[in-house]
Design a protein around this ligand. Structure first.
Ligand code: ZN
Length: 505
């Protein structure tokens, strides 16, 4: 007898509907699974057999063939276990075919018959067009975010079969509102002094400009970077869903409500591999840090210590907002639109810029300067020095303005940018910039002078102009750019002394 059960498989952050066809016939007992299963998918036989026996069911002493359709799509992971188990019981006549009518099944089976969550429940359920879906209790919140299915959960295969046959009521799935709250994000009020860095954070958040901070250890670069997501506005629904899909696929804890409404913050260690950073790991092309940070902030502390290959792999995503990953014959496009914040010491010993205290040789300094490529450095529209806070700020000073007040200005500036048809000013093309941000005469003269003096390149002109527009937005006087806006934007683009020679200005 043949049974067909609806399920799904994951590639990158996209689910594909899979029809699990189970055929049980007389003949030599055996179990075959076909239709491009990967290794963990092929192992379903052993998990399903143990789960059936643990649930008081019998394993058919007959010939079992499982076909995963469409056969051209590679099936990854253990998420098809549940569908295979239900299909087997239906095909063997142990359960009525009615239980699987218009119902999808997504979940991994433990040997004890428990139903376990699989990564990517949100995209997996989203691709199913059945009226009802059954998932592991821990996947219920993600499944409910799709808002199209009657979501059913069961903790074990035995419980599932009882519920399917109407012998016991379905347990209530966890509501998205029952998720535990995440830790409160840190507040700018904790930062003492640092007026330049505060301003740079606000400009970065408003315009989506990538930020590089150079300063000695203990100057508070990490503390500042962690406060940047708090300045960004809530994600709109499409962006929130996009980020939630990635977090679901990777298994990052979701916030109360299930939907990732706040911009994420990711700070991978400088030992991170290229795969961990850009994604493409495992058989299902798992997203990397840059995708998990999508619509949020990617913070690279000690950016000069990252492997050169890892840094170079950021350039294409920074340009396009997506990353294409490939492995064998598999390909996936993953979202990767993030605000990049880099932090570095001015030199290997960290004391660069302080004559007398810096112990680095010229050769060591030159090697250090070579670690960041010119094209990557060029992506940073904002480059600021961060110095250790003054003792007077640390001891007697009061905390500065809090995140809420600054976030309000950022939200207003972003609204002005959105009126230009972009999310933020960093997305404006050169042409759009020419139309939307006219230069006053003094501003034009200043830019010409900076170029004539060799302090700004042709490409730098457009970048300074975008930042100037963001500053004008923050001050509420866009779109005409004044001399002061341009001067302020250029001042936020100082070259780290150690790298000055290598930077395209
Ligand atoms: Zn040094």
């Amino acid at each position: 007898m043949l049974a067909t059960i609806a399920s799904a498989t994951l590639l990158g952050v996209v689910g594909t509907a899979v029809r699990v066809e189970v055929h049980v016939s007389n003949g030599l007992p055996g179990f075959t699974i076909v239709g491009l299963p990967d290794a963990s998918c092929r192992e379903a036989r052993d998990r399903v057999r143990a789960a059936l026996l643990s649930s008081g069911r019998t394993w058919p002493q007959r010939r079992v063939t499982v076909n995963l359709a469409p056969t051209g799509v590679r099936k990854t992971g253990a998420g098809l276990d549940l569908a295979i188990a239900v299909g087997l019981l239906v095909a063997d006549g142990q359960v009525s075919p009615k239980v699987a009518h218009d119902r999808g099944f997504v979940g991994e089976l433990g040997l004890d018959g428990s139903i376990r969550p699989v990564p990517g429940a949100l995209p997996l359920v989203a691709c199913l067009d059945t009226a009802s879906v059954v998932v592991a209790p821990a996947s219920a919140v993600e499944a409910q975010l799709v808002e199209r299915h009657e979501v059913r959960v069961a903790g074990t295969l035995a419980q599932l079969l009882s519920c399917l046959c109407g012998d016991e009521p379905w347990p209530a799935p966890t509501s998205p509102d029952d998720l535990p709250p995440l830790a409160q994000p840190p507040d700018l009020a904790d930062v003492r002094g640092q007026p330049l860095a505060r301003r740079a954070l606000e400009v970065a958040a408003s315009g989506g400009h990538h930020l590089l901070m150079t300063g000695p250890p203990g100057s508070g670069k990490t503390m500042l970077a962690r406060r940047l997501p708090g300045l960004l506005p809530d994600l709109d629904l499409p962006d929130a869903l996009e980020t939630t899909r990635v977090h679901s696929a990777v298994g990052v804890a979701l916030p109360p409500g299930g939907l990732v409404r706040r911009p994420p913050f990711r700070a991978p260690h400088h030992h991170a591999s290229a795969v961990a950073m850009v994604g493409g790991g495992g058989a299902r092309l798992q997203p990397g840090e840059i995708s998990i940070a999508t619509n949020g902030v990617l913070f690279l502390d000690e950016i000069a210590e990252f492997h050169t290959d890892v840094l170079d792999s950021l350039r294409q995503p920074l340009e396009e907002g997506v990353v294409r990953v490939a492995r064998a014959e598999l390909r996936a496009t993953l979202p990767a639109r993030f605000l990049l914040v880099g932090a570095m010491n001015p030199c290997p010993c960290g004391e660069g810029g302080h004559p007398g205290s810096c112990r680095c040789s010229d050769a060591a300094l030159a090697r250090y300067a070579r670690r960041l490529s010119g094209p990557l450095l060029d992506r940073f529209d904002l480059r600021i020095p961060v110095n250790r806070p003054e003792p007077v700020d640390l001891v007697g000073g009061v905390g500065g303005e809090g995140t809420a007040a600054a976030a309000e200005r950022v939200a207003e500036a972003r609204q002005r940018a959105q009126a230009r048809g972009v999310r933020c000013n960093s997305e404006l093309t050169s042409r759009g910039l020419g139309q939307m941000a006219p230069l006053s005469e003094p501003a034009q003269l200043l830019l010409e002078r900076l170029v004539a003096e060799g302090r700004l390149s042709g490409r730098g002109v457009q970048r300074v102009r975008r930042v100037a527009l963001t500053i004008a937005d923050l001050d509420g006087d866009a779109p005409l750019l004044s001399h002061d806006h341009v001067a302020a934007a250029h001042a936020l683009r100082t070259q780290p002394a150690c790298l000055a020679e290598r930077l395209a200005v």
